[in-house]
Design a protein around this ligand. Structure first.
Ligand SMILES: [Zn+2]
Length: 131
């Protein structure tokens, strides 16, 4: 368009075409740069994956609730960090077994590299306790 316009006498089309091409190149540069930067930096897993992992943990018997679930992508795998709410009246061994099971299920069902669990005691009424 720039060359054609120039030959036809529309000299303004040449710099306009140059600006358009320049913008296209700049846009591509920005996009590639942004993608590369994201790959280099820590990134959380997508919302769908996080929701699925949360669901797996909540389905584990004895897990009363989940909070501070954090994820980081490492390659195509995910590192998980989570606080599990566990009945405060259980023994340490019982609470540990619940956390270990939540860990096992998460590793088995999701593309997860590691799961770090932290146990938070919660006081729950017997009738609302999740089993
Ligand atoms: Zn906590």
């Amino acid at each position: 368009m720039g060359i054609g316009g120039n030959l036809l006498g529309y000299h303004v089309l040449d710099p306009v075409a140059a600006v358009v091409v320049g913008l296209m190149v700049a846009r591509m540069g920005w996009k590639f740069g942004w993608d590369a930067l994201n790959d280099l930096m820590d990134r959380a897993a997508d919302a769908e994956t996080v929701a699925a992992i949360r669901q797996t943990m909540l389905e584990t018997p004895g897990v009363q609730g989940v909070h501070d679930l954090r994820t980081r992508k490492m390659g195509d795998q995910v590192l998980v960090d989570v606080h599990l709410e566990i009945d405060a009246n259980l023994t340490v061994a019982e609470g540990h077994a619940i956390a270990a099971e939540a860990h096992r299920r998460t590793m088995a069902r999701h593309n997860v590299l590691s799961v770090m669990t932290h146990a938070d005691p919660v006081y729950v009424a017997a009738e609302t306790r999740r089993r």
